[in-house]
Design a binder for this molecule. Structure first.
Ligand code: C5P
Length: 235
């Protein structure tokens, strides 16, 4: 699996997103569209970004009863995205139904990955707010094992868990890892963070980077720094 950097385009509207993407004149970064942008602009923003030649991770983190998720995924399958996701906390049946719904009539489907625990959740919050008393790493591994059993392609997790997920679920099982910060950046609301270089050492397949790129004075330079540190390549 070749590594890549995915930029989290957490912007409120199409105009700001496209203005941001216009800065990338030499490369076509892999783009993550999340709830904020999708709820504001709808499927049209996916089509617009795809038409510009970007690969897209549609990060809507579905979590509902299996039938509802299956039908929602069937709608998303008509958008030509590369990665979709859901919450592993929805259970095995929900994940199986999601994969079924996402499968197009020709048998193909986008990659489908499961959120294990959000990288904004740490052990203390998980215990005190969610009443889950097991070690966070055990919870992440169990959710990863469930995702694999349901036929999914990988998980969203912290880079700190990527190596163990690969050990448990296989090298081909994708680890897509947010919670990335440059050594000198603010952590913001993220709790389980690493640098791009640490994420590479820990075995992440994709890093998802938002504010360290989108809020940088020079976003293209910040993106290239991520690529160089994570993939060992210069753009
Ligand atoms: O700005 P920042 O680099 O923290 O952005 C991280 C992105 O990854 C956000 O879009 C957030 O929704 C997403 N994400 C996350 N943790 C997860 C799953 C997705 O931070 N477990």
């Amino acid at each position: 699996m070749s590594r890549d950097v995915i930029i989290a385009c957490d912007f409120p509207n199409a105009e700001q997103t496209l203005t941001f993407l216009d800065k990338f004149t030499e490369e076509k970064p892999f783009v993550k569209i999340g709830m904020e942008l999708f709820y504001a602009e709808g499927p049209e923003i996916v089509r617009q970004i795809k038409a510009r030649g970007h690969r897209i991770f549609l990060d809507l983190k579905l979590h509902d009863i299996p039938n509802t998720v299956k039908k929602a995924m069937a709608v998303l399958s008509r958008l030509d995205v590369d990665i979709c996701n859901l919450h592993a906390a929805g259970g095995l049946d929900m994940m199986r139904a999601a994969a079924e719904g996402l499968t197009r009539p020709d048998g193909t489907r986008p990659l489908l990955i499961a959120v294990t625990q959000l990288t904004s959740i740490d052990q203390k919050r998980m215990e005190e707010e969610l009443l889950i008393s097991r070690p966070l790493e055990d919870v992440v591994m169990q959710y990863a094992v469930n995702a694999k059993a349901a036929g999914l392609d990988g998980v969203v997790c912290s880079p700190l868990e990527a190596g163990k997920v690969h050990q448990t679920c296989g090298e081909d099982f994708l680890t897509v890892t947010p919670g990335i910060r440059f050594a000198e950046s603010e952590s913001g609301d993220q709790q389980r963070i690493t640098t791009p270089a640490q994420a590479r050492e820990l075995g992440s397949d994709y890093i998802v980077v938002g504010r360290p790129i989108t809020a940088a004075g020079d976003p293209v330079a910040a993106y290239r720094r991520c690529l160089a540190d994570f993939c060992g390549q210069t753009a």
